[in-house]
Design a protein around this ligand. Structure first.
Ligand SMILES: NC(=O)c1ccc[n+]([C@@H]2O[C@H](COP(=O)([O-])OP(=O)(O)OC[C@H]3O[C@@H](n4cnc5c(N)ncnc54)[C@H](O)[C@@H]3O)[C@@H](O)[C@H]2O)c1
Length: 259
């Protein structure tokens, strides 16, 4: 099997200033893609851009909030202005805010859905215009294994990821006539900056809890951004897969998830 290649292609990866998105941006660059890095963290984004350039590729960094429709549309337009094409869109930016039916305010619900589901819709709509003209395109949505049922404190998040999965399959069905492929990766538990912050600070569990939880995993470690990046590269470089949902986890979907 030859190495997958993205030579000359242009990829826009939302939420790639850190975490899984940063891993995908670097993996794509290492395989020849020019990458638009997006997110909220300026200095972390600069580090990702430097890594992309060190890999011999081009990077464009655009910071901004995907809750803003105008910003989402301009993100795609700025990509096209700079590179003249958009081959791969990865909808990765997300809010993992905790909530349940008792304490979920409408503001929180709207915020999570706006970032995790509304923004991918706007970005896909904008990106598909260019992809349709060129009869070529690849969209990868980053979901979660929480898309199926989710945990008690992840009501809005799980709902948004379940919606994203249906969105992926529906869009794949419609866009295949234009040779645009749409797939989804549902990661399990990945050790990222955001995840470390949520577990240690927001949920107050601390580093010791995290260390024990990691040791209790079947393979003795959590997933890393690089694991998900490999899967994203496969989906981007392959030609004839669409509408697929890849559950990327060391615990089968449906098995008890308590750590
Ligand atoms: N880490 C995990 O365990 C895990 C598990 C399953 C799924 N996921 C999914 O993987 C993706 C990345 O997760 P991560 O752990 O790397 O997250 P992270 O918190 O480390 O990074 C999130 C990225 O999204 C960006 N972002 C968040 N809100 C934004 C907004 N309103 N506007 C613009 N950008 C915004 C941030 O700037 C950052 O670049 C998400 O879709 C998440 O739901 C993560």
């Amino acid at each position: 099997m030859s190495e997958p290649t993205l030579n000359g292609q242009v990829a826009l990866v939302t939420g790639s200033t850190q975490g899984i998105g940063a891993g995908i941006a670097k993996e794509f660059a290492a395989h020849g893609a020019r990458v638009v890095i997006h997110g909220l963290q300026e200095s972390a984004g600069a580090e990702v851009a430097a890594a992309v350039r060190n890999a011999g590729s081009e990077a464009l960094t655009i910071l901004g909030d995907v809750r803003d429709e105008g910003f989402c549309r301009s993100l795609v337009r700025q990509t096209l202005n700079r590179f003249g094409r958009l081959d791969i869109l990865v909808n990765n930016a997300a809010s993992t805010e905790r909530s349940n039916i008792e304490d979920d305010s409408l503001e929180l619900w709207d915020r999570v859905l706006a970032i995790n589901l509304r923004a991918p819709f706007i970005l896909c709509q904008e990106a598909a215009r260019n992809m349709k003209e060129r009869r070529k395109g690849c969209i990868i949505n980053i979901g979660s294994v929480n898309a199926y049922v989710g945990a008690r404190n992840l009501l809005a998040y799980s709902t948004s990821k379940g919606g994203l999965m249906t969105f992926t399959r529906n869009l794949a069905f419609h866009l295949t006539q234009h040779r645009i492929r749409v797939n989804q990766i549902n990661p399990g538990w990945v050790l990222t900056e955001g995840e470390r912050h949520v577990q240690s600070v927001v949920e107050g569990k601390g580093e010791e809890w995290l260390t024990k939880a990691v040791q209790s995993r079947p393979f003795g470690r959590l997933l890393y951004p690089e694991d998900i990046a490999h899967a994203a590269l496969f989906l981007a470089a392959t030609e004839l897969i669409t509408g697929a949902v890849l559950d990327y986890d060391q615990v089968p979907v449906g098995a008890p998830r308590d750590v």
